[in-house]
Structures are given as structure tokens and as C-alpha cells.
Design a protein around this ligand. Structure first.
Ligand SMILES: [Zn+2]
Length: 114
């Protein structure tokens, strides 16, 4: 993923996939503070919601039908939830990006220049 400020590759997939780095990152090349763009944020929320729904669906279904949930059924639901999170994570990596966070100091300098 490239830095929107200097245009250089700023983060590897391995570093990015550690969840918090996807949302806030400091570019090594230009020391610019970056935050996830709207696509990464919306994909993360969607992954969280879809992952929880798919992962917990067998549990809620078992409670609604007043029966014991089989371990295989629960494992299948969790696997489906994780698969959805991985697919949405890949979409965020390939189509998402960062945007520059302007510090207060930088914004003040810009206002003084006007
Ligand atoms: Zn940069």
C-alpha cells in the first residue's frame, strides 16, 4: 500500500494485517501520519458484523430451536465467519488505502500562509 503523501510503498501486507496498523500508520519515508480511508473503515465494520452474524448463527439457531448445538455445526459457522473476514480483508487491502492526517501545527501553518 502506497503513502498518499510521498507515493512510496509504506506498509507491507504482513504489517498491515495486524489490525491496528490498517487504521493508523506513520509513513517510514516521509514520517507523515496516515489513517485508513473510508473504504477500509467500512470494510472493517462490515467484516465485523458479517463475521459475528455468520460465526454466532448456529448458536442463536440452537437457542431458538431449543436444542444443543453440535460442535461441527458451530465450527462450520465460525469457519464461515472467518472466511468472510478474510475475503473482506483482501478487498480492503487491494482497493483501500490511507489518507493523510494533518497535525494541528501543520494546519496552523497553512492558515497563516493564507
Ligand atoms: Zn510517505
Amino acid at each position: 500500500m502506497n503513502c498518499p503523501n510521498c507515493g512510496q510503498k509504506t506498509v507491507s501486507f504482513r504489517e498491515w494485517s495486524k489490525a491496528l496498523n490498517a487504521f493508523n500508520w506513520c509513513c517510514r519515508a516521509c514520517r507523515c501520519n496516515l489513517e485508513a480511508n473510508w473504504l477500509v473503515k467500512w470494510t472493517a465494520w462490515t467484516a465485523l458484523i458479517v463475521g459475528l452474524i455468520l460465526g454466532l448463527r448456529p448458536l442463536f439457531k440452537g437457542i431458538a430451536e431449543d436444542r444443543k448445538v453440535e460442535a461441527l455445526e458451530m465450527a462450520t459457522g465460525i469457519a464461515q465467519g472467518l472466511a468472510a473476514v478474510v475475503v473482506l480483508g483482501c478487498i480492503a487491502w487491494f482497493f483501500g488505502g490511507y489518507k493523510v492526517i494533518l497535525s494541528d501545527e501543520h494546519e496552523l501553518e497553512e492558515k497563516q500562509d493564507r
